[in-house]
Ligand binder design. Sequence first.
Ligand code: BEZ
Length: 310
Amino acid sequence: MLDFLEGLRRSAGPGDMPVEHIYRQFFAPLHERAREPAARQPNKSLLEDFDAEASNQADAPPPGDQDVWIFGYGSLVWKADFPYIDRRRGYIGGFKRRFYQHSIDHRGTPERPGRVVTLLPGDSAQDRVYGVAYRIASNQKSEVLSHLDYREKNGYERCSLRFHEYPRPSSPSTGDGIQVIMYVATQANDSYAGDVWQVGCIARQIFTSAGPSGPNREYLFNLAAAMEQLFPGAVDEHLDELVTHVRRFVEEEEPQLLRRALLKEIGAVLGAETSQEQQAHRLEELRKRCLEPGGREWLLYGQLQDEGEA
Ligand code: BEZ
């Protein structure tokens, strides 16, 4: 970086824009790489895995009367991080899935919360939430429930409901449904965002958030992809609307927002009255910050704030 800065300064003619040169040489490639198709999520068929692997254990304990089922309607749909001995696709009735819960520990941070799903009461005849029920062996249930209680400590509570298989019961014994445990965010919890938000605002929050579990947009896109593969034809307007908004932001706005954000950051470094060595060091630090998980979202959020949004 220092060599490049010195070279730039030596060869700079009137009207030369060092900020632009530095951006093109050191920063633009970071985001161009992230946009290449190979860098995106592999488009593996969830359905293939789903049908081939009912359990995720090599030596699954046999099913028993004391087993429990856990219903996932968020990230658990595409990724269960606990041992299960069976899983089924299906739905619960009388609820609506909404991105009304702030996430400060998974897809966001306390300073910049992301958004994750919770359930709202809906019409018992019309509203359904599709997801996956996992069967937990009786000798593993306390370990799994403790793990999930901890994982979902930010405002979720356990409740129990009837789950129905989709497209139809896999055996006569489950024809009346399966009793499942699920986690729902209470409307009184501190992270409950409520239903006063326009979808566009929630989409902006998802677009600009990331947390220890990764970018918030990945949570949204993975959930939508899983729904499409596991429940073709099932409608979730709230989810679809969010996907449309966030995709549009990513495709139409993100490249220019990142460019403006970086030109501003680089300009601030070069404009400071410090030595060339210090400027080079600060530019390296900036590059590292951009490469860290959440670096892209940090730039997007800052830029939108500067432009009077977010
Ligand atoms: C899930 O399905 O991933 C989930 C949703 C809300 C709370 C806990 C888990």
